[in-house]
Ligand binder design. Structure first.
Ligand code: GDP
Length: 468
């Protein structure tokens, strides 16, 4: 195994790092999803398996043995952090396997393939080089697109209304309502308000709410503490004299739009050809009906970014370009026995149906599936009280002990979960499901074998199969 990597490495050094504009083709794949959806694990599993290709039967170019080589290369963008593939793979597959650090900002990795042409061209044309540029970015940043259409007053009103519906918002709501924003601006006050607002967003995210915008409040990176992140929603005062708190909050909100949101869309989003949106459907199911409905609405908002027609700014920066394929993937499918994967995919389709129909309308090819970037469980069918149960077995994160789990039966019809009548119910899954966090298992990989996964090959076939 080590040898395979070393070979890959030396090839990396030998092969020219320059893209030949006449013969090479480049596919830019965006990987997004809300925080903890599984982006880091997905990319690590995908790249490891594409490098090794031992477990990718559904990738047709691989099944036809047309991929002669796959290797990592220096990425084309010099100022974007490189996705730490080696570090994340070592975390997942080392002696003491553990989950890697999650995505906190945008990062990039270039994986290049040398591929023999298919069909009639096979005898005539030589091998071709295809570069896959994987761009990992937080889904929260896509949600910020909605801010571009809103003034500070509109946004603040919406944010306060949303807060009133969430228990985690109670404390900050009381503070915001008590604030008179017509008073003169003071930096200390603005900082205290921004800190209170950020705490609310973090608590709301931890409780399972999906829409926790503005995106950079949760993942600030190098912007932490800067004025563009030092604002908060406040009720509009009757008068807004010059130099008052409201005016400065308004100015910072506009700066966030102009200096944070727009540059991200211009520099990264506008150049994506293919997109995978990862969704922690099981996590939302576990958090309960309101979290699932919130996820549905959030997905619709995320996907409005893929319908540029409606947004003047996006149409302007895309200049007629568009994302050609979008895949919605429910992650952590290894938490369920495969007999329930079809139900999980059906729920995912139900969640993104509206958004999906609209994306399809704008010309993108759209699909949904359930996957696991790294499979941490094995399947087990047991007899219990005369019935058979399809379970999964793995090492629990909480206790470190092996356990077999049955999360309960997911309904085959997602409409049953998503209908308004269900909104009153508190939970659907067995209480056992609360315990379901599995640690990655220790692996004994044979040479040429990538780490175990679920449907990464299908995902790769949908996203890039036509370009290989
Ligand atoms: P990100 O924030 O989108 O980058 O999310 P990560 O990829 O870091 O995943 C967040 C957490 O979800 C991980 O730490 C794991 O606990 C869990 N997870 C992600 N992918 C899988 C998977 O394929 N199987 C299992 N069992 N857990 C996963």
């Amino acid at each position: 195994r080590d040898l395979t990597y070393q070979l890959g490495r030396s090839l990396e050094g030998l092969v020219s790092t320059v893209t030949d504009p006449f013969t090479d083709s480049v596919v830019r794949l965006g990987v997004t999803g809300l925080s903890r959806a599984g982006k880091t694990v997905f990319i690590t599993g995908l790249v490891a398996n594409l490098l090794d290709r031992g477990r990718m039967p559904q990738l047709r170019a691989e099944a036809a043995r047309r991929i002669e080589a796959a290797y990592l290369q220096p990425q084309p963008d010099d100022t974007i952090p490189r996705f730490d593939f080696e570090g994340h793979l070592a975390a997942l597959t080392g002696d003491d396997p553990h989950w890697p650090e999650s995505t906190r900002a945008v990062s990039e990795l270039r994986l290049s393939f040398r591929v023999k042409p298919a069909g009639l061209l096979a005898g005539v044309k030589g091998s071709q080089t295809v570069h896959l540029d994987i761009v990992d970015y937080p889904g929260e940043w896509l949600l910020d697109l909605a801010l571009l259409d809103k003034t500070y007053a509109d946004w603040a009103e919406d944010a306060l209304i949303r807060m009133a519906k969430r228990p985690e918002g109670r404390e900050f709501l009381a503070i915001a309502r008590a604030e008179d924003a017509s008073h003169p601006f003071e930096e200390g006050r603005a900082q205290a308000l921004a800190a209170g607002f950020t705490t609310y967003l973090q608590d709301a995210r931890a409780a399972g709410w999906s829409d926790c915008t503005p995106g950079r409040f949760l993942l600030p990176g190098e912007l932490a503490g800067s004025p563009v992140l030092t604002f908060a929603p406040l009720p509009q005062p009757a008068a807004t004299p010059r130099g008052c708190l409201w005016q400065e909050m308004d100015r910072r909100y506009e700066a966030y739009k102009a200096k944070v949101v727009k540059p991200f869309f211009r520099a990264h989003f506008a150049r994506i050809d293919r997109q995978i949106v990862l969704v922690d459907v099981l996590g939302a199911l576990h958090a309960g009906p309101r979290a699932l409905e919130d996820l549905r609405q959030t997905m619709a908002e995320i996907l409005s970014a893929f319908r540029p027609g409606r947004n003047g700014f996006l149409s302007e920066i895309l200049l007629g370009r568009r994302v050609e394929k979008i895949l919605f993937a429910a992650t952590k499918a290894d938490h369920l026995h495969q007999s329930q994967h079809a139900a999980l995919t059906a729920i995912t389709e139900g969640l993104v149906r509206d958004a999906r129909d609209r994306a399809a309308f704008s010309g993108a090819e759209v699909a949904a599936l359930s996957l696991a970037g790294l499979r941490a469980t094995v399947e087990e069918t047991v007899e219990r009280d005369g019935t058979t149960l399809d379970m999964v077995r793995g090492r629990l994160l909480a206790t470190g002990k092996q356990a077999a789990m049955y999360p309960g039966e997911l309904p085959g019809d997602p409409a049953r979960l998503l209908s308004p009548a269900r909104q009153g119910a508190d939970r659907w899954l067995d209480a056992d499901f609360a315990l379901m966090g599995f640690a990655p298992a220790r692996l004994n990989l044979r040479p040429g074998e990538g780490p175990p996964h679920i449907r990464l090959d299908r995902a790769a076939e949908f996203l890039i199969g036509d370009r290989l």
